[in-house]
Design a protein around this ligand. Sequence first.
Ligand code: MG
Length: 175
Amino acid sequence: MGIFKKYFMPNEYVKSIFQIDIAKLAESGVKGIITDLDNTLVGWDVEEPTEEVKAWFQKAKKHGITVTIVSNNNERRVAEFAKPLEVDCIFKARKPRGKAFNRATKQMALQPDEVVVIGDQMLTDVFGGKRRGLFTIMVVPVKQTDGFVTKFNRIIERRLLQHFRKKGYITWEEN
Ligand SMILES: [Mg+2]
């Protein structure tokens, strides 16, 4: 298996978190979700969880899945967002470093094979999760604008996607 595939190719790719079949995840033994915040749950400039996002968290809870928000953003942003959702969060996570993924898994008292990682970035969310051997689901960014570092990462991300497509690895439906 190619090194790029091993570390950067998400296990699944969906248009948004709402396309993820929570019931199916639970059935397959998933007990925890580590999710990114910005451009994964809401646009990076949306301060509070939307009603739809709240319902998504409720659904996870109903299916016995614990969610932890793991974000590279600062305490104010992440803690305030997580508060109404009543879930744990890790801010300044420094993804793709693996530490925060380990910490979140441990805090949820779960094994790595019981956890899935959700995020919109291949170089932070997918790479970070896969380095730790976690199942990763990549989503299309909620908002198409990004900060400077992310813009740079997106260029690499596009190259990697091209590579996977050429190799025939991509099995998901593309628009
Ligand atoms: Mg993000």
